[in-house]
Design a protein around this ligand. Structure first.
Ligand code: ADP
Ligand code: MG
Length: 219
């Protein structure tokens, strides 16, 4: 797995006119690598993650996954990319309200054709979710929902996980523990990780740290 972002530009149109948020971003994430993406609020971190995940299109530049340019994909290929190649963990957990925890956990793995009951059991145990398997998302606390969202993504063993402040809703100690767990489980699954955090303390736990500033990666 290699994700290469080259000279990515992205503008948004607002009431005040067009604002260029990304002004030529270059970033490579290699096989099994964990990269922390940091930067001030509003610097474009979530925008960049959406582009890498194929949820949005850059104005210019290329997003290349394993030699394939995302903009060359048909809608069908793009959907397949999102289903099988990347796993997303966003702050809004996007759990499926009509499915219990067990079914939420296996949902993406089944879509990706990688459902592995033993691996799902391991994740359930490590994330402390056994007591809640029969519950529905609305019956869980924010922290519990966050762990389900993380487990659901890891269960599918995607080659690349894109995580947007995945511990942002947890207190510091719980957030640290969940992040450590996520890092170790991602290594276990062989997944590369591009993780947005504004905590440099958390960022230091990853293989590499980059900063988005002024629309570019500066370090
Ligand atoms: P970060 O995740 O680093 O906080 P974002 O990528 O969410 O930053 O947003 C970067 C900037 O782009 C912000 O100023 C935000 O208000 C703006 N922005 C994000 N999405 C949109 C959108 N869909 N339309 C207009 N402006 C947007
Ligand atoms: Mg953001």
């Amino acid at each position: 797995m290699t994700l290469s972002l080259s000279n990515i530009r992205k503008s948004y149109t607002t009431a005040e006119g067009s604002i260029e948020i990304l002004k030529g971003v270059d970033l490579v994430v290699g096989l099994g690598e964990s990269v922390a993406l940091t930067g001030e609020s509003g610097s474009g971190k979530s925008t960049l993650l959406h582009l890498a995940g194929g949820l949005d299109h850059p104005d210019r530049g290329s997003v290349v996954m394993d030699g394939q340019e995302l903009s060359d994909f048909s809608e069908r290929e793009r959907a397949r990319y999102r289903r099988t190649r990347v796993g997303l963990v966003f702050q809004q957990f996007n759990l499926i309200p009509s499915l219990n925890v067990a079914a939420n956990m296996s949902f993406h793995a089944k879509l990706a054709d990688r459902h592995d009951p033993a691996w799902q059991r391991t994740l359930t145990e490590r994330l402390g979710l056994e007591p809640y398997l029969a519950r529905y998302p609305e019956q869980l606390s924010g922290g519990q929902q966050q762990r389900v969202a993380i487990g659901r993504t890891l269960a599918a063993r995607p080659p690349l996980i894109l995580a947007d402040e995945p511990t942002g809703n947890l207190d510091e100690a719980t957030g640290d523990a969940v992040l450590d767990l996520m890092l170790s489980l991602a290594k276990n699954a062989g997944s590369a990780l591009l993780l947005v955090t504004h905590s440099s303390r958390l960022a230091d736990r990853l293989d590499r740290k980059v900063v988005l500033r002024g629309g570019r990666i500066v370090e």
